[in-house]
Ligand binder design. Structure first.
Ligand code: DX5
Ligand code: ZN
Length: 228
C-alpha cells in the first residue's frame, strides 16, 4: 500500500529575519509540515531557536503542522515548553535519551505526536523496543547540526530496513528522512521507503522558494509511483 508523500520544509536554511514569510512560501509550494530544527550547542555544534520563536511562528501560521526536531541534551526538560509553544510533533534523538521510552511518553502526555531520530552511526535495531509507540521515525541522512550537507547513502538501507520491519510487525509509524534531500537524492529516498521528506537547502537555499518546493514534491511523487 503506497503511503502519502509529504514535504516538510526545514526553515534552517530560510532567512531567519523573515521566517514566517519564507515558511509560507514553502507551504504555498506544497509543503504540508513545517520542520523546525532546535539545536543547543551541546548535542550538536550549532545553536538555533527555542520555544519563543516557535510560539511567534504559531501565531503567524495557525493551522500548520509543526514538526519540532530536538537536537538537544536533556530534552525532557524542554518538551513541555515546546508543546506549550505550539509544536504538534516532537522528535528526540535516541542518542540523547537515557530513558527514551519515558521521553516519548512525555511528548504524548503533552498532546504531541512522538518521534524518534537516529544519527547516521546509530543502527535501526536500537529502536526495536519503541517502534510501537512512535508516530514517526526520523532517519538522519547527514550528521545533525547544519543545513546544506551531503547526503549519506547508507541511510537508504536504514529507511528500507524500517519499511520492512514496519510491514513484518504490522506497525504504523511513518518514515521521515532529514539531510541532503535534493533533486539528486529525492527519488532514491522515496524508493527506499521515506514518506516525510525534510528539505532545507533544496527549498530555501537559492531561487524561488515556492517553485523549489513544488518541483521537489513533484519529483518525489513521480518516484513514489515507481516504488514497489
Ligand atoms: C540538520 C537538520 C536538518 C537540515 C537539513 O541537522 O536536522 O533539518 O535543515 O538541511 P538540508 O536539507 O539542507 O540538508
Ligand atoms: Zn531536522
Amino acid at each position: 500500500m503506497p503511503k502519502v508523500i509529504e514535504l516538510a520544509p526545514s526553515v534552517l536554511s530560510a532567512n531567519f529575519a523573515q521566517l514566517a514569510v519564507d515558511a509560507r512560501a514553502a507551504l504555498d509550494g506544497g509543503g504540508t509540515v513545517l520542520h523546525l530544527d532546535i539545536m543547543d550547542g551541546h548535542f550538536v555544534p550549532n545553536i538555533t531557536i527555542g520555544p519563543p520563536v516557535i510560539a511567534s511562528l504559531r501565531k503567524s501560521l495557525p493551522g500548520v503542522t509543526f514538526d519540532c526536531h530536538l537536537m538537544i541534551e536533556n530534552p525532557d526538560q524542554l518538551i513541555p515548553a515546546f508543546a506549550e509553544a505550539g509544536a504538534n510533533w516532537i522528535s528526540v534523538h535516541q542518542e540523547a535519551c537515557v530513558h527514551l521510552d519515558r521521553s516519548l511518553h512525555l511528548i504524548e502526555s503533552h498532546g504531541c505526536k512522538p518521534g524518534v531520530v537516529i544519527n547516521p552511526a546509530t543502527p535501526v535495531e536500537a529502536l526495536s523496543e519503541v517502534l510501537e509507540i512512535v508516530h514517526h521515525v526520523l532517519v538522519m541522512s547527514v550528521n545533525p547540526g547544519f543545513g546544506g550537507q551531503q547526503f549519506i547513502p547508507n541511510s537508504l538501507n536504514k529507511m528500507a530496513a524500517l519499511a520492512k520491519i514496519r510491514k513484518a510487525r504490522r506497525l504504523s509509524f511513518r518514515i521521515e528522512v532529514d539531510g541532503g534531500v535534493s533533486h539528486d537524492t529525492v527519488a532514491d529516498v522515496v524508493r527506499a521507503g521515506a514518506e516525510l521528506l525534510v528539505a532545507g537547502n533544496a527549498v530555501f537555499g537559492h531561487g524561488d522558494i515556492r517553485q523549489n518546493a513544488k518541483k521537489l514534491l513533484q519529483a518525489a511523487r513521480s518516484a513514489s509511483l515507481t516504488r514497489t
